[in-house]
Design a protein around this ligand. Structure first.
Ligand code: KIV
Length: 275
């Protein structure tokens, strides 16, 4: 049985920290699931760290569904959250509902995430009413990166701080089961966390949130285009991969790979018959 939204909500009540990581493929998802991470986000960050786009904006429903299915196949326990891409929930509520349902029916996800607060609350309410758990996402919302004029800390002025609190409350009221707070001052994130009953999952929002989320490529050090300030590298996979690939290249060229260990043989008699 996979983790449920009531278990996630209980973690906040018990003061247990919630860990969430992104994953985009079967192999990685298997490892993350086996490590006991309760929430796996198939983030639209895949546009940048997997597909090489400059932002998350070009990501399509088809790309998200393709990767969501792979992650679902690789996991048994974690709740899989599918990230709704740009313009798949903005036009109207029917559209939002239909696309959320695709993550459920075609992707096999157990929840969806979408960006926005007060402005998307009506869509969140409708999706939740239809039985699909929704995770909110406020603060630095990468799908609005051009409107926000870049990857900047959000909520630093009295008006924007007040707006973020209102956004969080609107999402809670609409039925979101958790809310991502991205790149928000730590004190504000802690205040929002105290003022709402649903768990907050921070990324660049300090230790006062109920949980933390990171892009897996950032914590593993495999994505090297840039390292966000909020990320800590627990490994340097890019270096490990480069060293392994270089070693492989050398051994192929020198004839040291493959050896008998990686090869098979047939009877000498059969060979001599062919000669
Ligand atoms: O797409 C993503 O990976 C995200 C997380 C950074 C929260 O939205």
């Amino acid at each position: 049985m996979r983790i449920t939204i009531s278990q996630i909500k209980q973690m906040k009540q018990k003061g247990e920290k919630i860990t969430m990581l992104t994953a985009y493929d079967y192999t990685t998802a298997r490892i993350v699931d086996a490590a006991g991470i309760p929430l796996i986000l198939v983030g639209d960050s895949l546009g940048m760290v997997v597909l090489g786009y400059e932002s998350t904006i070009p990501v399509t429903m088809e790309e998200m569904l393709h990767h969501t299915r792979a992650v679902v196949r690789g996991t048994k326990q974690a709740m899989i959250v599918g990230d709704m891409p740009f313009m798949t929930y903005h036009v109207n509520t029917d559209d939002a509902l239909r696309n959320a349902a695709r993550f459920f029916q075609e992707g096999g996800a157990q929840a969806v995430k979408l960006e926005g607060g007060v402005n998307v609350a009506d869509k969140v309410r409708k999706i939740v009413e239809c039985g699909i758990p929704v995770m909110g996402h406020i603060g630095l919302t990468p799908q609005s990166i051009y409107q926000l004029s870049g990857f900047k800390v959000q909520g630093k002025t009295p008006e924007t701080a007040r707006k973020l609190l209102k956004d969080a409350q609107a999402l809670e009221e609409a039925g979101a089961f958790a809310i991502v707070l991205e790149t928000v001052p730590s004190q504000l994130a802690s205040l929002i966390t105290q003022k709402i009953t649903v768990p907050t999952i921070g990324i660049g929002a300090g230790a006062g949130c109920d949980g933390q989320v990171q892009v897996i490529n950032d914590i593993l050090g495999s994505f090297t285009d840039f390292v966000p300030k909020h990320a800590k590298q627990y490994a340097k996979l890019a270096d490990i991969i480069r060293d392994a690939v270089t070693e492989y290249d050398k051994e192929v060229k020198s004839g040291n790979f493959p050896t008998d260990k990686q090869s098979s043989s047939i009877d000498e008699d059969i060979l001599s018959e062919l000669e």
